[in-house]
Design a protein around this ligand. Structure first.
Ligand code: CA
Length: 237
């Protein structure tokens, strides 16, 4: 049974979340400030955190930073009223595994919490090398940068050149936002795809490629997230 720490200063919301997670047979512990949460994390092991940002005293971001330096691999889901793009990017770049804004749908929160915990159980990001060629492995995905090929769970992925370039960019910056302009610039810097010379390289084309790549990565736990208004991010498994 996974134990979740909920850090939330709204007592009503804290009660509701606690009840919901207990119904799903999670162990739950709670804190209403960063100081309380830090003390609790030093005394007890948990499997994940649901973290409010607007807390009395220290901001929730301080707990995120603390957890990132003190507890390796602990998944953190931010649940906050701060819905600006900059806030989301700040939270994700500071190492949050997911970011949900209030008001939220309880079922979506549950689904994303479960997905986050599943990803946390996958093997961590590792740099691998085989036969002297540099490769990268993220969970079930293995990239061979020299041959521009990728495999999922050991099965070769059938990727077009543009799909490969997009995937490599996302993998190289796993856990960070890759902007649309980054991808388009990388595409424009490389030769056109055979037989695809007429296809314009723009945001619409990018959406199509992201959609195809998601389908090829499905049903692995790898998740290409839309970061609204900015671009995409391959979530760390
Ligand atoms: Ca709050």
């Amino acid at each position: 049974m996974a134990t979740i720490l909920i850090v939330e200063d709204d007592a009503l919301l804290l009660d509701a979340l606690t009840g919901q997670l207990q119904q799903l047979e999670f162990g739950v512990c709670t804190a209403s400030s960063v100081a309380e949460a830090t003390a609790l994390l030093q005394a007890q092991a948990v499997d994940g955190i649901i973290l409010d940002l607007g807390l009395p005293g220290a901001d929730g971001m301080e707990l995120l930073t603390w957890a990132r330096t003190h507890i390796a691999g602990l998944p953190v889901l931010i649940l906050t009223a701060r819905d600006g793009v900059e806030d989301r990017v700040l939270g994700l770049n500071a190492g949050a595994d997911d970011y949900i804004t209030k008001p939220f749908n309880m079922q979506e929160l549950q689904a994303r919490l479960q997905a986050m915990l599943r990803r946390a159980r996958q093997p961590a990001f590792t740099q691998a090398s085989s036969a002297g060629t540099p490769g990268t492995t993220i969970g079930p995905l293995a990239l061979d940068h020299a041959s521009h090929s990728a495999a999922l769970d050991g099965e070769p992925l059938d990727l077009t050149q543009r799909e490969w370039e997009l995937l490599e960019l996302l993998v190289n910056r796993c856990g960070e936002v890759v902007t649309r302009d980054d991808v388009l610039a990388a595409w424009r810097a490389s030769p056109p795809e055979p037989g695809q010379t007429a296809a314009p390289l723009n945001s619409n084309a990018l959406e199509v490629y992201v959609h195809r790549l998601r389908k090829k990565l499905d049903p692995s736990p790898l998740n290409i997230r839309n970061i609204r208004g900015l671009g995409y991010m391959l979530a760390k498994p």
